[in-house]
Design a binder for this molecule. Structure first.
Ligand code: 5AD
Ligand code: SF4
Length: 433
């Protein structure tokens, strides 16, 4: 009989793919079926994220809950970014945990599961050419890693300490994965990396890649069965003209661009070590909109970074007004261990940061109302990926807008034209035409 696996995945798409890789690796040796019920699981894995501070205690209280409800023989493992940076502390504080496997060490999952105790947190471990087994939770949209780790030293970010230096995956492995995924029915390829448009700068053993990111996109688009290509996350600094040109002219590349701004103030950007100024960002965004008039731009913004004055925050608001981002992921700054910003003493008090976040989010909501009303009666090509409650099927437009229509399984994996009848801020409702 197959064993049962309860797997909780937190954090970003990279973690989602890491979880898929772990399932694939486990299944090579013996079959595991996924379960939503931790009390019947033979193996419990938490794939953690550490990008913002959640009290570490929360992880330990969660482990405590699993210990309470699990089968006696079930093993518990903690994986991912928090595993990377807390490492051995987890094994010490929670003796019921039998393995800790950092991001970038997940190819060791079967070894970890079969050991009495296992700690694998080496951020120099190179999995870039490792042939993972095949498993995908979403058959329609195939996540493919193109690089691991990150060479940037943004002052707020813990990721270089949890995922190590940036190494690109050889392009033949990526193209192979894309072909396999499309053979299994995926029409959309979603490329993943911390810094995707820096692709190819360094491969395993210090080699340089043969293709840069723009060339990689072009190669993937030549696979006939690939209908859509997405990627995350690009860095604004590497959005050169060649990249914007390929993005604009290749019809298979979805017209959705993530441009993580972080702050609109040149002073704060400097303190964050982002490598660009407010003006530079605005010019890139303007050029992107000129070259790809249908593009939707999403961004990440941090408010309350150390030293952020009212004037700095106004700069962020003004970039938001000017670029009119279609989607914003906004966060209150959270000091992370091992980062440069954690040493800064000019902290913004929590109340001020919360008020700024509120102001930014409120203004963006009203901008979204203005923007979404324009989509009434417009027709979009939608790729359907999931079922929602109350008889709705949901899909995405090229711009990554979520569209819902009345429908069921037969729509999944299909592209349909949908006319929008009821645009809302975050979801557009419509009818297939
Ligand atoms: N505090 C708040 N937000 C952060 N992010 C990364 N590190 C921090 C931090 N210390 C945000 C950034 C990044 C996104 C993934 O998470 O905006 O782009
Ligand atoms: Fe992903 Fe970063 Fe969170 Fe790690 S810390 S899971 S890389 S978002």
């Amino acid at each position: 009989m197959a064993k049962k696996l309860f797997l909780k995945t937190l954090g970003c798409a990279m973690n989602v793919r890491d979880s898929e890789h772990m399932i694939a690796e486990l299944n090579r040796i013996e079959r595991y079926d996924l379960t939503q019920d931790e009390s019947e699981a033979d193996l419990i894995i938490i794939n953690t994220c550490s990008v913002r501070e959640k009290p570490v205690n929360k992880l330990f209280s969660e482990i405590g809950q699993f210990v309470k409800h699990k089968k006696k023989s079930a093993k518990i493992g903690v994986c991912g970014c928090t595993a990377s940076h807390l490492g051995e502390e987890i094994l010490k504080r929670a003796p019921e945990v039998s393995f800790v496997l950092g991001a970038r060490n997940i190819s060791k999952i079967t070894q970890a599961v079969n050991s009495e105790k296992f700690l694998g947190i080496n951020i120099d471990h190179d999995e870039s050419e490792y042939a993972f087994g095949e498993f995908r939770q979403n058959l329609y949209k195939a996540y493919i890693n193109i690089s691991i780790g990150c060479d940037k030293k943004c002052a707020f970010c813990i990721v270089p300490h949890t995922r190590g230096d940036e190494i690109s995956i050889p392009h033949d492995i990526i193209l192979n994965e894309a072909m396999k995924a499309t053979k299994n029915g995926a029409k959309e390829i979603f490329l993943l990396g911390q810094n995707v448009n820096n692709y190819g700068k360094r491969l395993s053993g210090g080699r340089k890649g043969e293709l840069n990111f723009s060339q990689l996109l072009s190669q993937i688009s030549k696979i006939d069965e690939v209908e859509r290509i997405r990627f995350t996350s690009p860095h604004p600094l590497h959005m050169d003209d060649e990249f914007l040109e390929v993005f604009a002219s290749n019809p298979k590349i979805c017209k959705s661009m993530h441009m993580p701004l972080q702050s609109g103030s040149t002073n704060i950007l400097k303190a964050m070590k982002r490598g660009y100024t407010k003006e530079w960002f605005l010019k890139r965004a303007e050029k992107l909109r000129q070259m790809s008039p249908n593009v939707a731009i999403s961004t990440d913004i941090i408010v309350g970074f150390p030293g952020e004055s009212e004037k700095d925050f106004e700069d962020t608001m003004s970039v938001m007004e000017e670029v009119r981002f279609e989607q914003i992921f906004s966060f209150k700054y959270s000091a992370r261990p091992l980062t440069a910003a954690a040493q800064m003493t000019n902290v913004v008090d929590d109340e001020t940061a919360s008020l700024r976040l509120q102001r930014l989010q409120n203004r963006h909501m009203s901008m979204l109302d203005e923007m979404s009303s324009k989509y009434l009666d417009k027709t979009f090509e939608v790729y359907f990926e999931e079922l929602r409650d109350n008889g709705m099927a949901a899909g995405r437009t090229s711009q990554n807008f979520t569209v819902c229509v009345a429908g069921s399984e037969e729509l999944l994996g299909k592209m349909k034209n949908v006319k929008i009848t009821r645009p809302q801020r975050l979801v557009l409702y419509g009818q297939i035409v």
